[in-house]
Design a protein around this ligand. Structure first.
Ligand code: PMP
Length: 417
């Protein structure tokens, strides 16, 4: 063991992982007769009782529509729903709940922003993205570029899977109107130095959009310290329910942006001659919102905040270190994404094996990973692979599960190559 892995293992050992795992009922089951080893957290994370119970309680005790103000249940639902917004505000350290907009997830949030910025773009303007973006942070900008005549400028990545900073510097310029980058890569696990890149982009007058989908499950961003214009994430990767996500935005920009969808809730006054918009954040929240889901996300954040965050981060790094130590025990295994600063995500290939076969055979052992292009086809092209196998960890995973993964990989490698 290296000094670093000894240190992280010691810090991690202050966490009671068994007690934590007991909070996640789904983890206790067997799959194909084997105890479930869930290593697909990057795709979607599991939910603790705190989330399940909060949503159940909402439907049992207070379900009603929000913001109608006509009766007690409606008031209770509104208080819980807006309380969740305040929880998200505090989690991101945003200045005001007006800046916290509910969306269906990261994908919808980026579409809301891209749509809202259309009027700011002219032909020849440039939108900086990177080669390691999820399709959710590429396609909406491509659609916007097509609408406005702007151009998409992809920043290169290095063979280790870090952003190529000389490439960033060469592409950032006075034509850059928008910089849209992922905080953490869903394929590589790379943590990008976004605070520095935001400062550089802002000094050129660019609007900055950060995709935090893979960052928030591992660490807490501070949107004021980052000084970004927009920060977005999905609840379901943060141990909360599906169907809801968050768009944080700088207030002046949100005020200036047109709404994404029209309908109830987002209006101040409607007449056939003229309709005016509601105040923030409701201008962007047409229709009945996902009330139970907002409450569930609030409960997920409260649950996370009740844990020892530094110990969790250390435990996650210990998982990653153990993976790195065991790679050489599987002949022909190669990790894609070896950045110096990473969350516990391991994309890999094994010579002679197709990623989807690896996934299927691991599933037979009760081990769930993801295989394929991970909605990052340009990155697959860069690494010249059709896809990868990816094990992505959460704080409830154990070192024993890492060992089980590698034991299974060694077996598959022996049998099939
Ligand atoms: N960005 C990144 C980095 C992601 O990992 C994902 C989900 N895999 C998304 C965006 C899209 O998130 P959602 O499907 O929840 O909208």
């Amino acid at each position: 063991m290296t000094d670093l892995s000894v240190a992280t293992s010691l810090a991690a050992s202050t966490l009671d992982i068994d007690a934590i795992r007991n909070e996640f009922p789904i983890l206790g089951q067997t799959v194909h007769g084997k105890p479930l080893v869930y290593l697909d957290n990057g795709a979607s994370a599991q939910k603790p009782f705190a989330v399940l119970d909060a949503m159940d309680r909402y439907y049992r005790e207070m379900h009603s529509n929000v913001h109608r103000g006509a009766h007690t249940l409606g008031d209770r639902a509104t208080v819980a729903f807006e309380g969740a917004r305040e929880t998200v505000r505090a989690f991101l350290n945003a200045a005001d709940t007006r800046q916290i907009i509910w969306t269906r997830g990261t994908t919808e949030a980026i579409n809301v922003i891209a749509n809202g910025l259309a009027e700011k773009l002219n032909p020849g303007d440039e939108i900086l993205v990177s080669q390691m973006e999820h399709h959710a942070n590429i396609v909406p900008w491509q659609m916007l570029a097509e609408r406005t005549g702007a151009k998409l400028m992809p920043v290169q990545v290095t063979p280790a899977g870090e952003l190529d900073l000389p490439s960033f510097d060469s592409l950032l310029g006075e034509r850059t109107r928008i910089m849209a980058l992922t905080h953490v890569s869903n394929v590589l696990g790379t943590i990008n130095p976004v605070q520095d890149l935001i400062a550089r982009a802002r000094s050129q007058g660019a609007i900055t959009v950060i995709d935090g989908a893979q960052a928030v499950p591992h660490f807490q961003p501070d949107v004021q310290a980052l000084d970004c214009d927009f920060y977005v994430f999905s609840s379901h990767k943060l141990f909360g329910p599906t169907g809801i996500g968050v768009l944080y935005g700088r207030e002046e920009l949100l005020e200036a942006m047109p709404p994404f969808m029209g309908g109830g809730e987002m209006i101040e006054r409607v007449s056939f001659e003229r309709t005016t918009w509601n105040t923030l954040p409701y201008k962007f929240e047409a229709g009945t919102p996902p009330i139970a889901e907002a409450i569930g996300l609030g409960a997920a954040i409260d649950y996370l905040q009740s844990l020892d965050r530094p110990a969790i981060e250390a435990a996650e790094q210990a998982l990653l270190n153990r993976c790195n130590e065991l790679v050489e025990t599987v002949p022909g295994m190669e990790v894609i994404g070896t950045a110096a600063s990473k969350v516990p995500v391991m994309s890999f290939k094994i010579a002679g094996l197709h990623p989807s076969d690896i996934g299927t055979l691991l599933d037979q052992q009760g081990i769930a990973i993801r295989t394929g292009h991970h909605c990052a086809m340009p990155l697959m092209d860069f690494f010249s692979v059709p896809g990868t196998a990816r094990a992505s960890f959460a704080f409830y995973n154990t070192l024993a599960e890492v060992d089980q993964l590698f034991q299974a990989l060694r077996k598959i490698q022996r049998l099939l190559t």
